[in-house]
Design a protein around this ligand. Structure first.
Ligand SMILES: *Cc1c(COP(=O)(O)O)cnc(C)c1O
Length: 352
């Protein structure tokens, strides 16, 4: 339980606090299922499946997510990918040219890109040698303008989860918002922090349909937080930010019971297979433990090995320029066939 007194109002940008949100036609008319004639939004009346504006609050989709994640729909906000959700969080809490955020490299690149777009400065505290947050250093570097701390767990590109003890201490002691990016949580044994929202009023958890749920193409990012935080984000989101096709497709896929679970299990089996085979590749010097659908490996010469794989038609991610990731390559777990091709080519390169 968060001990320090925490007031969300102290963190919201003044301009957002007093903002009068755009009120769409669909916002103003809700409910009443007797309504048959919609002449309020200047839509084309001829039905083609997408002639109407989408539900601005994505009610059906939130209802399913609420059930799957066992959390009230009022604690959910949806966006056009996690990237939109993260951008909304910046715009709600960070005053341009004044506030700062804290990130823990090596980590997901979008936090600093979004900070730069929003003219927010960045404080970096590199992860420790075993890629864990350095809690003391983070708390010491934070100042009164440090509005958001980003914790990516499981972390991209390292693949490990952060210790729950460290996360809890940061949630308790950091005075701003803590965003836990759980894009890879479904591949991990750790429990989601979504279950602990009530204990931490400064906690925002983000997830996505892009990874475990197999829907990167429809762009659906999920944000879980207190109703206070969700209502702030709702005021600034574009009214129809999640399009109709995305909402329909997400509902349709999520209704396929066990599909995601089965695919996740397959990917986890493949991850174990991949790791076991990587051990016999002579130029791989280290295989990092993974709680995600990718594996980080250290090699003798990352750029050389990356180029050799490209020549074989295999595209992986070269992470060698990331702090703490010298000569590291990130390998996404593919299908059985894809992983076998990867291993075959790695072995053939290592013998050439
Ligand atoms: C892939 C990924 C996301 C997902 O972003 P979307 O915009 O939802 O596709 C978010 N965070 C991290 C750390 C990721 O690796």
């Amino acid at each position: 339980m968060k001990t320090t007194s925490f007031n969300i109002d102290d963190l919201i940008r003044p301009t957002i606090k007093t903002l009068k949100p755009y009120s769409s036609a669909r916002d103003e008319f809700q409910g009443n299922s007797n309504a048959m004639v919609f002449l309020d939004a200047n839509e084309n009346p001829f039905n083609n499946g997408v002639n109407r504006y989408p539900d601005p609050q994505q009610g059906s989709l939130k209802a399913i997510l609420s059930e799957i994640k066992n959390i009230d729909a009022k604690n959910i906000l949806l966006g056009n990918g996690s990237d939109e959700v993260l951008d909304l969080i910046f715009r709600a809490f960070c005053e341009p040219n004044k506030d700062n955020i804290i990130i823990l490299p090596p980590t997901y690149g979008m936090y600093s890109v979004l900070a730069n777009i929003n003219a927010i400065s960045i404080k970096e505290v590199q992860l420790s040698n075993n890629f864990q947050p350095q809690v003391e250093t983070i708390l010491n570097i934070a100042d009164n303008n440090s509005k958001i701390l980003f914790l990516c767990s499981p972390n991209n590109p390292t693949g490990n989860s952060f210790s729950s003890q460290s996360i809890e201490e940061l949630l308790n002691k950091f005075k701003g918002i803590v965003v836990i990016d759980e894009a890879y949580i479904d591949f991990s044994e750790e429990i989601s922090w979504v279950d602990r929202l009530e204990a931490f009023p400064n906690l925002i958890v983000t997830q996505t349909l892009s990874k475990a749920y197999g829907m990167a193409g429809i762009r659906l990012g999920i944000c879980y937080a207190s109703t206070n935080i969700i209502s702030v984000l709702n005021r600034i989101k574009p009214p129809y930010n999640v399009n109709e096709l995305t909402q329909q497709r997400a509902v349709q896929q999520l209704n396929k019971k066990d599909l995601a679970t089965n695919q996740i299990n397959d990917i986890l089996k493949e991850r174990a297979f991949l790791i076991s085979k990587l051990e016999s590749v002579s130029f791989i010097t280290k295989i990092y433990p993974s709680d995600a659908n990718f594996v980080l490996v250290k090699v003798d010469d990352a750029t050389k090995r990356y180029d050799q794989l490209i020549d074989k038609g295999i595209v992986i991610r070269n992470r060698t320029t990331q702090p703490g990731c010298e000569n590291c390559l990130r390998l996404t777990v593919g299908t059985k066939e894809e992983n076998e091709i990867l291993i075959k080519e790695l072995l053939s390169i290592s013998k050439s």
